[in-house]
Design a protein around this ligand. Sequence first.
Ligand code: PFF
Length: 455
Amino acid sequence: MTQQSNSHHQHWGSKFGFILAAVGSAVGLGNIWKFPYITGENGGGAFVLIYLLFIILIGLPVMIGEFVIGRSTGRSVCGAFKHLEPKKPVWHGLGYLALITGFCIISFYSVVSGWVIGYIFEALRFSFSSFDSPETAQNHFGNLISNPYWTITLHGLFMTLTAFIVVRGIKDGIEYWCKILLPILGVILLILMTWGLTMPNAHEGLIYLFRPNFSELTFSSVLVALGQAFFTLSIGMGVMITYGSYLKKDINIVSTSLYIVLFDTLVALWAGIAIFCPIFSLGMNPAGGPGLIFHVLPIVFQQLPGGYVFGILFFILLGIAALSSAISILEVPVSFLIEEKKMSRHKATWLVALVAFWVGIPCALSFGLMSKVKWFFGRNFFDFLDYISSNIFLTLGALGTAVFIAFVWKLKPAFEELAKGGGKVKKLFALWGFLLSWVCPIAIGAILIAKLMEF
Ligand code: PFF
């Protein structure tokens, strides 16, 4: 199949702008909310090591593959698979799977992001100063997230903010805002990390995060580590295919992907340091689960000098990270509707945001009115969507993408596309081909089967 670009498609304004947008997508709640608490739940350093291995051996090759598919076709996720393999409709399913995954992820993602916005206000209005024990902080959090008005309003507010950026398009919306937000995020994170490192007994947090203790690693930790590698890099659901479709041909995909993966990993580790050093410094429990940053950290902020300002900064940091990721999730169905259904960007964006808002409502109610509704394999709606999308759908999407490139589309045209950006290191391409053809399918396939059995 010959590759041709879709001439109606927009493009990034610059390579730097594209890198910031892709880093913005990758760096999100996954790095600052999820990574620290699942590290806490899965025993620390050994988990971090497995996670890093997955990022390098599986995540990076799949990300490069998604950019190659996107740029070579210049199409949205569904159009891309159809364009490359028009005669084998079974592969077009990968595009539709990506759309479904996007809706699942954005709906619970927007709910947690709404909590984050709510906590910026909580930090501003000195709420944390009344927390005299972990129980008060936990009760406060529990009361807020079980309040339907609080969660649904904030979820709606976050979704509206996301749509406001997406509706402005690639260069003037996503790229423009990522160029403003990401540097702010970097500065806040560095301030918080330095703050964490200077605390008494901060080294205990570092030991926890970096010293591997394999006796605490279980098989299910390995599954969680792989799911987290996909989630954090925003791969397996067409975001990087969509972002890749706006790429110009002169960009070196391999080196750019390396930067994105490196930044994403650094942010997760820095966030881990910024969170665990103060937690250990105060002798608190690092395994706080999904509420870790909402009811353990506020106590930390309340007890330490300067905590008021650092508390506000922390939740602003989280809000920025969430927003720059949410726009990338929304862009996947939006670009699909613009391209395949010929809708205007305006109409497509508000339609997708509205549907995602509705799907998010049962997620927002999962900790209050609907907390007893556990029809979904024993999980509430929120946990069900999180589990099925982060662990099953993303894994399936990443596996399908790797197999599609290696065995259906074949590696030769993929190598040709890679070479266009100036990366002509044959050995590197061969290594990528090997990882994508063998390491990714075997490792992801084995883990996916194990996950399905666990379900
Ligand atoms: N990578 C984002 C994070 O770590 O929070 C979440 C995410 C964005 C997942 C986009 C999937 C996605 F397609």
